[in-house]
Design a protein around this ligand. Structure first.
Ligand code: ARG
Length: 465
């Protein structure tokens, strides 16, 4: 049987393989709410403009309610022969409403319909992701406030560099998430235009009102060019690139959790809630959730790459290639949502071993820079010389296999005679972090202030939405 939507010129139905490659219903049924919302707005506008009679519009609107109820309750039968969500909904509508249903598709095409549905889905999903990112920020800032003064090693090249505080480290991710949210909001603002009414590609001769459908669907305005409206997927690409950057941030943090929780580092512990055991090694506690967050960044970033490649060779306007935008976009944004939830859970669940952190912070001569700074400040030595002197003192301590603060004054003076007993005041890790009061530095007072500032900001945001 030829297709009931466009079968006029077709004598037979598609080959089975054609149906296999062509049907998108298995994944685009996720757009059912958006599809029905778009149709509701469209038919209301058609009626208002006198393009469809009020009685038909009412029948269609009621029919859409029934379709919605059927899908919601699970009684709706999706059909592969009907290809996609648009034709599935419309075909059922025709069964419920009768011939009047056919008027719904006046002055629109599946091309502007799918562009509208996808924008609505991506927009609403970005809004939900933004809330999840805010929740992760809250979890981090609260933990940071609690451990604003907990000294841990700060790393460069994953080598102990200088002591920092655990709170400061967590707040770094609050900043990253702040920018991630900025990207999401920015993408949302740019994509919030209504493609509906661009029709197949050229607009329509019917006297439609695209401003009205824009308003009904929560768009800021209609898109300005009909060709662009049906052929653009950069809104999805922007969402995916914002998601990819956020996923990359989460993956770095996940990697740190994996490192910190190894017994060799032993800086942080996760509870039973976010770890798994081993079937043969009873001592093990595996950070699977963190590992999966790290790994899922692969599919999120992969979706961005895949869609960029799908789009890059397409002449304007619509091509069926664009149907391939969906699975990757749905999967990537769902995956990011899962990663954010898992990360918030892990942050709330994690307990730093503050003793182990402090011990590790002092190892590897992490206060060497403090010694060099002391030489500059107190002995007025040029920094380059101070660096050299410090290097020799570190060499001495390392030969003796002891920490810098364990050297005697005489031993230090054997390298630089002008050193006085005051130097010991800067060699402890606590003193080191306390002294880092420069704007953005790791001093516990700074960290506390920043954590409080974010907690207040996030609470304000929450109240206003
Ligand atoms: N399922 C299609 C998609 O996702 C809908 C648009 C189809 N348009 C067309 N002219 N065949 O892209």
């Amino acid at each position: 049987m030829s297709n009931q939507m466009w079968g006029g010129r077709f004598l037979s139905g598609p080959d089975a393989i054609m149906e296999d490659i062509n049907a998108s219903i298995e994944f685009d049924k996720a757009l059912w709410r958006q599809d029905i919302a778009g149709s509701r707005a469209h038919v209301a506008m058609l009626a208002k403009q006198g393009i469809v009679e009020a009685a038909d519009a009412t029948a269609i609107a009621k029919g859409l309610d029934s379709v919605e109820a059927e899908i919601e309750s699970g009684s709706f039968t999706f059909s592969r022969a009907l290809e996609d969500i648009h034709m599935n909904v419309e075909s059922r509508l025709a069964e419920i409403v009768g011939p009047a249903a056919g008027r719904l598709h006046t002055a629109r095409s599946r091309n502007d319909q799918v562009a509208t549905d996808m924008r609505l889905w991506v927009r609403d999903t970005l809004d939900a992701l933004d809330l999840q990112m805010a929740d992760l920020q809250s979890a981090l800032a609260e933990k940071a406030l609690e451990f604003a003064g907990a000294v841990m090693p700060g790393f460069t090249h994953l080598q102990s560099a200088q002591p920092v505080t655990f709170g400061h480290h967590l707040m770094a991710y609050v900043e990253m998430l702040g920018r991630d949210r900025g990207r999401v909001k920015d993408a949302r603002k740019r994509m919030n235009e209504n493609p509906l009414g661009a029709a197949a590609l050229a607009g329509t001769s019917f006297p439609i009102n695209r401003h009205m459908t824009a308003e009904l669907l929560g768009f800021d305005r209609p898109t300005a060019n009909s060709l662009d409206s049906v052929s653009d997927r950069d809104f999805a690409l922007e969402a995916l690139s914002a998601a990819s950057i956020c996923a990359m941030h989460l993956s770095r943090f996940a990697e740190e959790i994996v490192i910190w929780t190894t017994p060799q580092f032993g800086l942080v512990a996760l509870s039973d809630k976010f770890t798994t055991g081993s079937s043969i090694m009873p001592q093990k506690r595996n950070p699977d959730a963190a590992e999966l967050v790290r790994a899922k960044s692969g599919r999120i970033i992969g979706s961005l790459t895949a869609l960029l490649i799908v789009m890059k060779g397409l002449p304007l306007t619509y091509a069926k290639d664009m149907q391939e935008d969906k699975e990757g976009t749905f999967d990537a944004l769902h995956s990011l949502s899962l990663c954010l939830a898992a990360m918030s859970g892990m942050v709330r669940d994690m307990t730093p071993d503050t003793k182990a952190m402090k011990k590790a912070a002092g190892s590897g001569y992490a206060t060497a820079t403090d010694l060099a700074d002391w030489l500059v400040r107190t002995l007025k030595m040029p920094f380059r010389n101070a660096h050299h002197v410090t290097g020799r003192i570190v060499g001495l301590a390392s030969e003796k296999k002891i920490g810098l603060e364990k050297l005697t004054l005489e031993e230090m003076q054997s390298v630089e005679p002008k050193i006085t007993v005051d130097v010991f005041a800067v060699l402890g890790v606590d003193k080191s972090v306390k002294s880092r009061t420069s704007f953005g530095g790791t001093a516990p007072a700074n960290v506390r202030r920043e954590a409080k500032r974010w907690i207040a900001k996030l609470a304000r945001e929450k109240r206003s939405c």
